[in-house]
Design a protein around this ligand. Structure first.
Ligand SMILES: Cc1cc2nc3c(=O)[nH]c(=O)nc-3n(C[C@H](O)[C@H](O)[C@H](O)COP(=O)(O)OP(=O)(O)OC[C@H]3O[C@@H](n4cnc5c(N)ncnc54)[C@H](O)[C@@H]3O)c2cc1C
Length: 375
């Protein structure tokens, strides 16, 4: 089907978008268009005017503020979000990398997905668990709304008709914190039939703080305070995680779950604890693995200052450097300034992999070979 006729305007700044919203009744903002255009084609929505904000560069990109929060521009695509480093929680980057296909990820924006608030979408659940907030601009100024207040129901948010979402604010993931998102995907579309997200900060193997949320089976994301209360202050053992998992049945009653032709409400509710367990286990493992950090200066070529740059970029352990690529490391060095952008990190993941395995003899042999090659 074709959409109903509409007028098209392009905004080059947030101020211009707000002016256009005020000037045109029944107008809608257009970002990547991956949710709005399909619903217009189905005539589920027929706005009189579209205001294209897709070229406002000020709403794109990811940075950290002075308080250590990660600020994600509302127009940042999933592809750019998936490639983020520097403290962006792993649950955010990983989730961005599994949403839809590459084409959708190249155009679809994190802000557009959240404003659309499809109950089966992934990022609202993740952002609710992480305690994120949304910055919204209007002609009256800016306001910040926490995720638990932002998502108000089935395709519903607190976003006013005269507001533009500018930024999503997420607490940075530092040492000792790990996060994860686990979903049961619809086999055809990939949307979540059940999704569970968790962030855990560990201290000496104990859960110091925690955030958990679920979605997919409910009208919007649900913050799981019963699961959180069951694990905070406890040792992060399998038994304690399993016990906390069952508390999700207090957070989401059977009547809160809905089903469709892909999976019944009963089925989704029955498998929910499994996905909570997986998210809690992965977040706890990541939190404990990222705790202390390793002495990265054991990697030849890495001095104390470079170790700090890697650590600030989320690479604190040998395992994290080993799992990274020299391209990602080069990008961190480039961002750190001209003194570092000529460094060659090609062998660092390989060296880190030997260090992570505790194979110090092999690491020494490799480093001697590298020295020999340079002599
Ligand atoms: C084939 C396919 C598969 C998909 N699979 C998944 C999946 O597995 N998981 C998942 O989570 N999602 C999935 N999606 C949905 C996808 O995430 C969304 O379509 C996309 O994020 C929407 O972003 P957009 O920039 O295209 O928004 P648009 O379609 O442009 O806008 C969506 C809505 O948000 C409003 N809006 C946009 N930006 C702003 C802003 N800055 N301020 C205020 N309002 C705004 C618009 O007015 C509109 O109402 C899939 C989509 C497709 C097409």
């Amino acid at each position: 089907m074709y959409p109903a006729k509409f007028d098209y305007y392009r905004a080059n700044s947030v101020e211009e978008a707000l002016d256009l919203l005020a000037a045109h009744e029944d107008a809608k903002l257009l970002a990547g268009g991956h949710s709005l255009v399909p619903v217009m084609k189905l005539r589920l929505s027929s706005p009189a005017a579209l205001i294209d904000i897709g070229r406002i560069d000020a709403l794109k990109g990811i940075c950290k503020d002075d308080d250590g929060n990660v600020k994600i521009g509302a127009l940042t695509t999933y592809a750019a979000t998936a490639a983020a480093n520097g403290g962006t929680p792993q649950a955010v980057t990983e989730t961005a990398s599994i949403i839809a296909d590459q084409q959708v990820r190249n155009r679809g924006t994190i802000g557009g997905g959240c404003a659309h608030a499809d109950p089966a979408s992934d990022m609202p659940t993740v952002l609710t668990a992480l305690g994120a907030s949304f910055s919204l601009a209007s002609k009256d100024g800016m306001r910040d709304v926490g995720a638990t207040d932002f998502f108000t129901g089935f395709f519903e948010t607190d976003l006013g008709e005269q507001e533009v979402m500018t930024t999503i604010n997420v607490p940075a993931e530092g040492a000792g914190t790990g996060s994860a998102y686990m979903k049961l995907p619809n086999p055809a579309s990939g949307y979540a039939m059940v999704g569970a997200a968790a962030t855990i900060t560990a201290n000496g193997g104990t859960c110091e703080s925690i955030g958990v949320a679920v979605g997919g089976l409910t009208a919007g994301p649900v913050k799981c305070s019963a699961v959180e209360a069951a694990l905070v202050g406890k040792a992060l053992t399998q038994e304690n995680i399993a016990a906390a998992t069952n508390a999700v049945l207090q957070d989401v009653a059977r009547e809160d779950a809905s089903g469709d032709m892909h999976a019944s409400a009963e089925y989704r509710h029955a498998v929910l604890p499994t996905f909570i367990y997986r998210a809690l286990t992965a977040a706890a493992e990541r939190a404990m693995a990222s705790g202390e950090g390793d002495d990265l200066t054991k990697i030849e070529g890495v001095g104390p200052k470079v170790a700090e740059i890697l650590s600030n970029g989320g690479l604190r352990t040998f395992a994290q450097v080993a799992a990274s690529s020299s391209d990602v490391i080069s990008a961190l060095l480039r961002d750190a300034g001209s003194a570092y952008n000529r460094m060659d990190p090609t062998t660092w993941p390989q060296q880190a992999s030997l260090a992570a395995a505790g194979d110090w003899d092999a690491l020494k042999t490799l480093q001697d070979e590298l020295d020999g090659g340079r002599a």
